[in-house]
Write a protein of this length. Structure first.
Lengths: 600, 233
């Protein structure tokens, strides 16, 4: 124990090669400077991978599940776990290091992060590689690694149930991979509660490389806080800021799905492989339609008053239980982006992707690319193993999803991600292979939204829509994702003051807004240092040509297209404002010193 | 329909609300299985915590609120509400797949199979066994000084009713009986979704308390039309 309030001061390290586990103290200074979640994960990765070019799929690469200082306390929406590891999907244009890739982090809601803290840890770090497919069980300080061979190939929905049955205690909170992760698809997800995912950036692939099918955690403890009374007072204020508000109700009503129609109308949606910003049939797959035809109940993550998760049921050929969706990202990537407007078909695709343990965003992006290449005659039906992969075809989409997860035929190519796939196809298809640094873009289109383009190109994990449209947003979100709190409630301005108050009361470290953002800036810069060391330079902060050449032909932003000069000027200003070299993007000495990163 | 902050249901309102003859879905959704059967019995009233399963989102805030009150913390010589460790909560939200969440709390059964199962000789003066019901609040209590930690109460509860009572892993003595927080149940007060109510319902009723698995199975069938779910056979 470090004695640092708000923390246990230790992580649990499980070495799958030796079969042994141990607790490792975290330096109190690291908790002050890197907080938890994304930040602490980055610091641990930095400390453990001391040289660039380590293969993300090697036993050395740590797979980390990091909650934050809010986790395990009844702070509203403090449900998040950040999965941090080295990315198996990103790559620089050139690097002297063979396996160069970025950091990756994927932030997941639910109940897993709080449970890690109940079990007595500020994070789980998995290293090594098990000889056979295995799972880890953590019950407070009891840790065991067990044989998971009988679950080999099991899809996540069935596994979610079978695993709890095997454990014999439903209080365990579990995360697991599906067939995609076992098959080392670079964009595999880690699934929790059958319908929540650490989706982006391939953490499920890293988990698969360790022969790790699942982790189960339960615990009876809780971290303490620095100032108990102050905590209780701030907790009341935080609840008052959200409970029963129009803001909270709006999330419960439609979740992120509200934006499916909203962003289409605004011309900022990913449609037809990013060719357009508006989908004329968006209303068929939007929040209103889902509320009317699909959703049965609203669900919330740990202590969250928003309840943005929806479950329901559909009928007909594609019918069945819907664990979640459409959400904005899933609904658009598998709907608008593929021109699919059949709601049950869309939800079947979303369900199957989660069931196989793939990332929804990358999968939808890759299939959209293939549809366009097929339409343009760059690939034929033979290339696609007979699949007639036309825009809007649910059956073709479902067939392709299965092939990707199984690495079967064309699926083995598609599984390598859109960057590698376009390199294979050639013929100028790179122009519409929509990725940055090898990670596929998400459901926000950018011909008419240059600030979001900045988020995609400068984000630390490749094309990330969540990173932030400017420096202040990026710093703030890097910090938010380090606390364990979800960022959805934080759009409510009334939550700001109690949130900072809570963080200060818990940790004993005074977090005013400036300090909060400073910590985020430190985290973001350490990520940059990691990526820079791997060989990423300004040339890697690059968008595909489509965004500069293919103006939208329909919708509110008809005619919109990015301007190369304006875009490069924006980047130059960005690097300068960041205190980075505008040619190489290397973080400057002065900035590192200001952030206390000069001797790291 | 559900009233928050200690609202009261008359029997008539209740009957209107559940739509007698309107089917089990409404009944389960609005009030839970125990209280429905109980309310229809036409007996005298009692206040207890009832669940609206349709409103519950599974966020578990109730667990933290319960724990905060019932497991207070000693801070600088003062007793303050605790930090809400759900491990110590008397109300437990059980999560299932597909999504069904069942908050499980002491049903305050009129016939107290838990207390009847207690093998400790009744006290000469009070007539109470170690495990007993308080006549004023109707909450269940355990006299730790007389309790032998045999777990009979928990077994009776698990096999016949909600299964909410849990023997302490070290002492074997029962825990998790709802205290009603002295008449101001914190779970009800803190639920962000109004899924819990502290309402006056009928007392001395014929009680059919069910465990969370059975309730969840029924809800899953109604909501999703699924027979297989949750790792529960």
């Amino acid at each position: 124990m470090s004695g640092k309030p708000g923390y246990h001061g230790r992580i649990l390290e499980i070495d799958l090669s030796s079969g042994k586990s141990r607790t490792v103290a975290i330096a109190p200074e690291d908790l002050d400077k890197f907080v938890g979640g994304q930040g602490l994960g980055m610091k641990l990765l930095w400390d453990r991978l001391k040289k660039p070019g380590i293969d993300a799929l090697s036993p050395e690469n740590p797979l980390m599940f990091i909650p934050g200082p809010f986790s395990g306390l009844p702070v509203p929406s403090s449900s998040r776990t950040c999965v941090v590891t080295k990315s198996p999907i990103t790559a620089p244009l050139t690097s002297e290091h063979r396996h160069a890739s970025t950091v990756t982090y994927s932030n997941m809601g639910g109940f897993f992060g709080p449970e890690i803290r109940f079990a007595g840890y500020d994070g789980l770090v998995v290293i090594g590689k098990a000889r056979e497919l295995s799972y880890i069980v953590i019950d407070d300080d009891k840790v065991s690694i067990r044989d998971a061979r009988k679950f080999k190939g099991m899809r996540t929905d069935a596994f979610d149930r079978a695993f709890l049955e095997e454990l014999g205690d439903r209080k365990y909170k579990t995360v697991y991979i599906g067939p995609a992760g076992e098959n080392l698809i670079p964009y595999s997800s880690i699934i929790h509660t059958a319908g929540r995912a650490a989706g982006r950036g391939g953490s499920g692939c890293v988990m698969g490389s360790k022969n790790l099918k699942a982790i189960a955690v339960k615990g009876s403890g809780q971290p303490g806080v620095a100032d108990h009374e102050r905590f209780l007072t701030a907790l009341e204020k935080a609840r008052r800021a959200l409970y029963g508000t129009t803001y909270a109700k709006s999330w419960a009503e439609q979740g992120t799905a509200r934006a499916i129609v909203g962003n289409s109308n605004a011309g900022t949606e990913s449609v037809r492989n990013y060719r357009e910003g508006t989908f004329t049939e968006a209303d068929k797959i939007g929040g209103d339609a889902a509320r009317r035809d699909v959703w049965v109940r609203d669900f919330a993550c740990y202590c969250c008053p928003l309840a943005c998760k929806k479950s329901g049921v559909t009928k007909g050929k594609y019918g069945g239980v819907v664990h979640d969706g459409p959400e904005y990202e899933t609904g658009v990537m598998l709907g608008s982006n593929l021109m699919i407007s059949d709601m049950p078909g869309l939800l079947r695709a979303i369900y199957n992707i989660d069931d196989l343990g793939l990332d929804q965003i990358s999968t939808g992006n890759v299939i959209g690319f293939l549809m366009e290449a097929y339409e343009k005659g760059m690939i034929d039906r033979k290339f696609l193993d007979g699949i007639d992969l036309k825009w809007g075809s649910v059956d073709a989409t479902l067939a392709m999803i299965e092939k990707i997860a199984a690495k079967d035929g064309v699926g083995a190519l598609a599984a390598q991600g859109v960057a590698n796939l376009s390199r294979h196809i050639g013929q100028g298809s790179e122009k519409f292979a929509i990725h940055v640094k090898g990670l596929e873009l998400a459901a926000h289109n950018i011909q008419g939204n240059q600030p979001r383009a900045l988020s995609y190109v400068t984000a630390s994990r490749g094309a990330c829509h969540m990173s932030g449209n400017n420096i202040a947003m990026q710093n703030r979100r890097a910090m938010l994702d380090s606390t364990g709190m979800c960022f959805f409630p934080t759009f409510e301005p009334a939550l700001e003051e109690p949130m900072l108050e809570l963080l200060s009361a818990i940790t004993g470290h005074e977090y005013h807004q400036a300090e909060f953002e400073k910590a985020g800036e430190r985290i973001f810069n350490l990520e940059k240092m990691f990526n820079y060391r791997e060989g990423f330079r300004r040339g890697d902060d690059k968008l595909p040509d489509r965004f500069f050449e293919d103006a939208f032909t329909i919708g509110a932003k008809k005619g919109a297209v990015l301007d190369r000069k304006k875009f490069e000027d924006m980047l130059t200003t960005y690097y300068r404002d960041r205190g980075w070299d505008t040619v190489t993007t290397k973080p400057g000495e002065a900035k590192l010193k200001e952030l206390g990163l000069e001797n790291i | 329909m559900t009233k928050e902050n200690g609202g009261t249901f008359t029997r008539r309102e209740f009957l209107k609300g559940v739509g007698v003859g309107g089917g089990a879905l409404v009944l389960f959704g609005q009030f839970g299985i125990h209280s429905a059967a109980w309310a229809l019995s036409g007996e005298a009233t009692l206040k207890m915590v009832v669940v609206d399963y349709k409103k519950c989102t599974g966020c578990r805030t109730c667990e933290t609120a319960c724990s905060s009150r019932n497991k207070p913390a000693a801070v600088g010589g003062k007793e303050l509400p605790g930090l809400g460790n759900p491990y110590f909560a008397n109300i437990k939200v059980h999560n299932f797949n597909p999504d069904v969440d069942v908050p499980n709390v002491c049903a305050m059964c009129a016939d107290t199979p838990c207390a009847k199962a207690c093998p400790v000789e009744p006290d000469g003066k009070t007539g109470r066994r170690a495990f007993y019901r308080d006549d004023a609040s109707h909450t269940m209590h355990n006299d730790a000084s007389r309790c032998i930690g045999c777990g009979s109460c928990a077994k009776a509860c698990a096999s016949q009713r909600t299964g909410v009572i849990r023997p302490n892993p070290e002492t074997g003595k029962p825990e998790r009986m709802c205290t009603l927080c002295g008449g101001d149940p914190q779970c009800v007060k803190r639920c962000p979704f109004g899924a819990l109510s502290y309402v006056e319902v009928r007392r001395d009723r014929k009680f059919y308390g069910l465990g969370p698995e059975k309730i969840a199975a029924e809800l899953a069938r109604n909501w999703y039309g699924t027979a297989e779910f949750g790792g529960v056979k």
